[in-house]
Design a protein around this ligand. Structure first.
Ligand code: CA
Ligand code: CA
Ligand code: CA
Ligand code: CA
Length: 470
């Protein structure tokens, strides 16, 4: 078996022993009285001295080999060469031959230098010089095919990166680097505080080796995970009515007649009726988004939407009066007047006047004529108010006239005010509340002292007082 000495480490300078040399190796200094292999302790000399294996080992070299003792070991040399003068550095020698250890030779090649326990320092053993057939520069290793391959220090864990670092293999070497999110400070990989460097547009949370951005309410994170963009909240229709998107928020508005609730999104109806009691002449009804005025029966809502206007049932024919009757309209209603019937001794002289003839003794002390008139009056009309006028139609020389309320004024709401010799006005002096009918007999007394005449005429005025002040 050929000895392949390539790869052995020689820990001291090996002297060239030509190619035949076979021998060993590192010196492991002995301690105390223990000597390394190949030496034995000599008590007298008190030191380790070389063992002559050629003499102590039977068949140290076999076959045609000749044993040559060496300091700390021995050589087996072909006998044919043994007689030749030993010339170091002579190249053309055959390869060394290794004696099969199974034939009694120690299995291990052992150091041949005496140990520190008093070995003979200075006596250098002869070592074979190892000539490497190929060599690689640092960081490469020789492959079987003889090429130099890069050593992956990271893979083989032969790097010196510290635990915070990451090993990156390079050709012929390696580098220690920090992972993303870390940078090298003082030989250590330290987290980058990205928030300090404005990585995020709005909100930033630093984390070891990383960071995360977030956005203020009303914004969403863009796909770049750093910038924020406004949310168009209106897309989700958050408002009851109108929605306006704004940068970072949104605004709701409401249709006319509504107002925004405290939540900023709900539209609630305005109660216009609560604004003013004068909004409607009669009654206000709130409706979603608006309001309406209503009027009592007998009225309709005027064009202005708030005033109440009397239905003229007599004009519109929307009445129940018979053809014999006369329809009389008043505020909030109407009435059907029956045909005039004069009570005897009165006789009818027109459709609204009865007369008691002077020639008829029964008419003595009675009013000469009774004229029937009707009028309407709004309830709550302000006072005083002139509401009716009467005037003498015929004049007698030397006569004068007295105007007075003969009956019907029980509540003292009216009085007569004479406006001239021949005329007077009926005045409403107190508020009057309807609905009701007041029948007043307004008397005009004619006095003529020249002919010693005294007579009277009556206007029987029926006043329809409305329920409402309109
Ligand atoms: Ca970080
Ligand atoms: Ca928005
Ligand atoms: Ca409303
Ligand atoms: Ca009416």
């Amino acid at each position: 078996m050929l000895l392949d000495i390539r790869g052995f480490r020689f820990c001291s300078p090996a002297r060239m022993l030509a190619a035949l040399v076979f021998i060993l190796l590192c010196v492991q200094p002995g301690h105390g009285q223990t000597c390394t292999e190949g030496f034995a302790y000599d008590r007298r000399a008190r030191q380790c001295i070389d063992v002559d294996e050629c003499r102590t080992l039977p068949d140290a070299c076999r076959g045609d080999m000749h044993c040559v003792n060496q300091n700390g070991g021995y050589l087996c040399l072909p006998r044919s060469l043994y007689n030749q003068p030993y010339r170091p550095d002579t190249p053309a020698l055959p390869n060394p031959v290794y004696q099969d250890p199974s034939a009694g030779f120690p299995d291990t090649f052992l150091p041949a230098v005496p140990g520190g326990g008093g070995g003979r320092g200075g006596v250098e053993p002869s070592y074979p010089r190892v000539r490497s057939t190929a060599q690689c520069i640092l960081g490469y290793t020789l492959a079987e095919d003889g090429t130099c391959n890069d050593i992956d220090e990271c893979e083989t864990n032969s790097h010196h990166c510290n635990p915070t670092q990451v090993c990156i293999n390079t050709s012929g070497g390696y580098t220690c680097s920090c992972t993303e999110g870390y940078w090298l400070i003082g030989g250590q990989c330290q987290d980058i505080d990205e928030c300090r460097y404005g990585y995020c547009q709005q909100l930033c949370a630093n984390a070891p080796g990383s960071y995360s951005c977030s956005c203020n309410p009303g914004f969403i994170l863009n796909p770049d995970s750093r910038t924020c963009q406004d949310v168009d909240e209106c897309e989700d229709e958050p408002c009851s009515h109108g929605c306006f998107n704004t940068y970072g928020s949104f605004m709701c508005n409401c249709d006319e007649g509504f107002e925004l609730a405290a939540d900023g999104t709900t539209c609630i109806d305005l109660d216009e009726c609560s604004f003013s009691e004068f909004l409607c002449q009669h009654r206000c009804v709130n409706t979603p988004g608006s309001f309406s005025c209503i009027c009592p029966p007998g009225y309709y809502v005027f064009e202005d939407g708030r005033s109440c206007e009397d239905f003229n049932e007599c004009d519109t024919g929307n009445n129940t009066c018979t053809t014999a009757q006369v329809c009389f309209n008043f505020q909030g209603g109407y009435t059907c007047l029956d045909p005039l019937q004069c009570r005897p001794p009165y006789v009818e002289v027109s459709d609204n006047q009865c007369m008691c003839s002077a020639e008829n003794p029964a008419c003595r002390d009675k009013a000469f004529t009774i004229l029937y008139r009707h009028m309407d009056l709004s309830s709550g009309r302000s006072v005083p108010a002139d509401i009716f006028q009467m005037q003498a139609t015929t004049r007698y020389p030397g006569a004068f006239y007295i105007f007075q309320i003969k009956s019907g004024n029980d509540g003292r709401e009216f009085y007569m005010r004479q406006t001239s010799n021949v005329s007077a006005t009926l005045v409403l002096s107190r508020p009057i509340k309807g609905p009701k009918q007041v029948v007043l007999d307004l008397e005009m007394v004619t006095v003529n002292n020249v002919i010693n005449f005294r007579g009277s005429s009556i206007i029987r005025l029926t006043i329809f007082v409305s329920e409402h002040p309109f």
